[in-house]
Design a protein around this ligand. Structure first.
Ligand SMILES: [Zn+2]
Length: 114
């Protein structure tokens, strides 16, 4: 399996990140979805089942603060809730992305439970 790497990352909407990949694919990442998938121990617990999973509804309206490459394998992503511990490996990111136009962007009229 040849490792894929990002060739670019930018916000296409205030809450939608696009990452282009070395195979020519561009995937979209709603920031609330990305934040809920934060892989750090603070968010996911140190062991399975320690914490309830995060839901993107908890992060509605969240913004991107920074995105930094870590080594040659991951992005460290910081969000506007002052959380920036998550190291998102590129392999993880590939699995989190949506094809262009398929990202479930939050509708203002959605009903949801907190
Ligand atoms: Zn986290």
């Amino acid at each position: 399996m040849s490792p894929l790497s990002p060739t670019g990352a930018s916000l296409v909407e205030p809450q939608l990140l696009a990452i282009s990949w070395s195979d020519g694919t561009t995937l979209h990442y709603p920031l609330d979805h990305l934040r809920a998938a934060c892989p750090c121990a603070h968010c996911q617990g140190h062991y399975e089942g320690e914490k309830p999973p995060l839901h993107k509804e908890q992060f509605r309206g969240i913004g991107l603060r920074s995105l930094d490459e870590v080594g040659s394998y991951a992005f460290q992503i910081a969000f506007t809730d002052d959380h920036g511990l998550g190291i998102y490996t590129w392999q993880h990111l590939r699995g989190l992305g949506f094809a262009e136009g398929e990202a479930p962007v939050a509708e203002p009229h959605d009903s949801f439970e907190v």
